[in-house]
Ligand binder design. Structure first.
Ligand SMILES: Cc1cc2nc3c(=O)[nH]c(=O)nc-3n(C[C@H](O)[C@H](O)[C@H](O)COP(=O)(O)O)c2cc1C
Length: 240
């Protein structure tokens, strides 16, 4: 049985197409999960809404606690790390992570960055040993077949590779970098554009994104069920 970790990070509640001023990324993540459930009814879904309930950003106390070896932590350190521990547990349990990550000022929302800062944890998701020869940092979630799907939305258009303002898009690359650092290197992404215009172009972009999401969910479900995990990076769902 597959475990999906469904994360939303839009500050907008509700889904576009259903709720007034609803979120496009919430619409796409819900669709992905729904498609998966149709194909694998027994799928286990963990839901985490960091858009409406953001994790606390890393504080001085958090950093001190996280970098204190587990056996040496006192009760207050364990307490400050408890929410982060819970997020890490969810990630450890997940086979597939589907994350709705809108573009806010060219990068992910602060809410999603806070999530990343809580799951990139020394001794839990990455290792660090300054005396280690070669790379002193190493991923702890590598080769577990975990896969990441990033579903994004942008107000403007032309952010994909080779397009008008691709150089301003720091959403997918920054999310991929953080997940790859902890060992989750297989990823796919789909994005909607033109939200600020609200015209036919938005509708066309959404229709294409929904088609891509359906295709991606089908392909990943099939390959997950047959346990053939081929590692690669792709922004084109057809490559899944
Ligand atoms: C605080 C904020 C910053 C934004 N910054 C950008 C931006 O830099 N570039 C862009 O194209 N759209 C930007 N937008 C528009 C959003 O990317 C767009 O509305 C998107 O659909 C939001 O995702 P959602 O529909 O899931 O809420 C911004 C929106 C907000 C609220």
């Amino acid at each position: 049985m597959t475990t999906l970790l469904h994360i939303d990070s839009s500050a907008r509640p509700g889904r576009s197409g259903i709720d007034a001023r609803g979120s496009h990324t919430r619409r796409l993540t819900a669709r992905f999960v729904q498609r998966w459930r149709q194909m694998e009814p027994t799928v286990n879904v963990i839901y985490r809404d960091v858009g409406l309930h953001p994790p606390a950003p890393a504080s001085g106390d958090w950093i001190r606690a996280a970098f204190t070896p587990e056996h040496a932590r006192d009760a207050s350190m364990r307490e400050v790390l408890a929410p982060s521990d819970e997020l890490v547990q969810e990630l450890l349990a997940a086979d597939v992570i589907v994350a709705g990550v809108p573009m806010y000022n060219f990068g992910p929302p602060a809410q999603f960055k806070a999530y990343i800062d809580n799951i990139v944890r020394v001794g839990k998701t990455f290792g660090f040993d300054r005396s280690r020869s070669g790379d002193p940092y190493w991923p702890l979630l590598a080769e577990q077949g975990k896969r990441l799907v990033i579903l994004s939305s942008r107000g403007d258009y032309g952010y994909d590779a080779g397009e008008r303002i691709a150089d301003r898009n720091h959403v997918e690359a920054s999310v991929r970098t953080a997940f790859a650092y902890i060992g989750i290197t297989q990823s796919w992404s789909v994005a909607v554009e033109y939200d600020e215009f609200g015209d036919e172009r938005l509708h066309a972009s959404m229709a294409k994104a929904e088609q891509d999401v359906d295709r991606l969910a089908s392909k990943l479900t099939q390959s997950n069920l047959s346990q053939s995990n081929r590692g690669h990076w792709a922004s084109d769902p057809a490559a899944a």
